[in-house]
Ligand binder design. Structure first.
Ligand SMILES: [Zn+2]
Length: 394
């Protein structure tokens, strides 16, 4: 007991110094080694506690185009509505009457905004009711990431939330970034991972989602180099997404080259939106042989006439990868990022993997994904990715 009083005094003294956000960071364990732990919005937890984990989702995010200039549309990879009917559809709030065309892939501005905390809580509780425990929210700063809301959602649901950090595609990031070097950006990431985002004291637990289109461009190269440096310095994992509709092998492999030459360990990297390449076994193998995780994170979208790779194709790819010995490098998720992905708007929600996809994939003949294999993919693989490595400073 003798030490208790002095410890309390030391704590009281600490409080004087650690005011405000620093105090919060201190309370949530900033600065301590987190190797072997995952960093959630409520602080580090032993990675063994994560359980069934969704590796790439968005609870609150704003993927609306920042402006309507033709260059922004072109950079976004989306199809700008041209006819009066399509423009009208684009500008309407999401409602039952337009769910049909939206499910067919028509553009709608409001669809790209997830801003309702209550809905996020309700839908996340469904994931929990099917046995889910952890969700990785890869919303970055330019997409209206809200650390405090994520913490409230985690507290309301009892689900661990791992928050992302970094910079998405150029169109969603302010011009200020052009003045910053890779080293400057790495410092921002290290601070978000070790101390917290802004003044919140809420720490990021993964770098991403990054969505490099062209690793030879100044922007993408700088973001990737910053990510690699921060990953080395903190032990954090990195999550990339292959831009939708632009699965260029040269760009994907080139992005890994940039990460590797800037010091990232590729076995700490997830390559997301891999659904697009699920029919290309040689490319999947080339990526896996670099050591990365392949993350199929577009599951649950209803198929339509323009669907190139279905959820069934992804299941067959996963079965083939399991047989080829790559089962330990596969991640699955749904990538909820728009209103129509939510059950509230007719979508399949955060529970789709557990509620529908796992039973479906198990039933595939002659050989489905077994319960044990699915447990490995949904539990052990994300746990290994999210557990921080020892920092590697030069
Ligand atoms: Zn995403």
């Amino acid at each position: 007991m003798a030490g208790t009083g002095s410890r309390l005094k030391a704590r009281a003294a600490g409080r004087l110094v650690l005011a405000g956000p620093l105090m919060t960071a201190w309370l949530f364990g900033a600065g301590q080694s987190v190797a072997g732990k995952a960093v959630t919005v409520n602080g580090p937890v032993p990675a063994g506690e994560l359980g069934v984990t969704l590796a790439h989702e968005h609870l609150l995010s704003d993927f609306r185009l920042p402006d309507e200039r033709p260059e922004t549309w072109a950079a976004s990879g989306r199809k700008q509505p041209r006819t009066p009917e399509k423009v009208r559809l684009y500008n309407q709030p999401v409602a039952m009457s337009i769910l049909g065309p939206l499910a067919m892939g028509e553009e709608n501005r409001d669809n790209w905004l997830l801003d309702d905390e209550k809905t996020a809580v309700a839908e996340l509780l469904e994931f929990k009711s099917f046995g889910g425990r952890t969700l990785v929210d890869l919303t970055t700063d330019g997409l209206k990431r809200d650390p405090q809301a994520l913490r409230r959602i985690s507290e309301a649901t009892g689900i661990h939330i791992v928050m992302g950090a970094g910079w998405y595609r150029r169109a969603w990031v302010g011009a200020g970034i052009d003045k910053l070097s890779a080293a400057d950006l790495a410092k921002v990431l290290v601070r978000e991972i070790q101390v917290g985002a802004g003044r919140t004291g809420i720490r990021a637990g993964i770098i991403g989602e990054l969505s490099p289109e062209d690793p030879d461009s100044d922007y993408d190269r700088k973001i990737l180099q910053a990510a690699a440096r921060a990953a080395r310095a903190t032990g954090a994992p990195i999550s990339l997404s292959i831009p939708l509709g632009r699965a260029e092998p040269r760009a994907i492999l080139g992005s890994l080259d940039v990460l590797e030459s800037a010091g990232a360990a590729l076995d700490r990297v997830a390559v997301g939106h891999a659904d697009q390449i699920a029919l290309d076994m040689p490319l999947m193998r080339r990526l896996l042989e670099r050591g990365v995780y392949l993350q199929f994170d577009r599951l649950g979208d209803p198929p339509h006439v323009l669907t190139l790779v279905s959820d069934h194709d992804v299941a067959l790819a996963v079965i083939a990868l399991l047989e080829a010995g790559f089962g330990g490098r596969v991640l699955l998720s749904q990538g909820v990022n728009s209103k129509i992905d939510l059950k509230a708007f007719g979508g399949s929600g955060y529970a789709f993997l557990l509620e529908q996809y796992a039973p479906y994939a198990r039933a595939i003949k002659p050989k489905g994904i077994t319960t044990d294999q699915m447990r490995m993919i949904l539990t052990e693989n994300p746990r290994r990715l999210l557990a921080f490595a020892e920092p590697r400073e030069d």
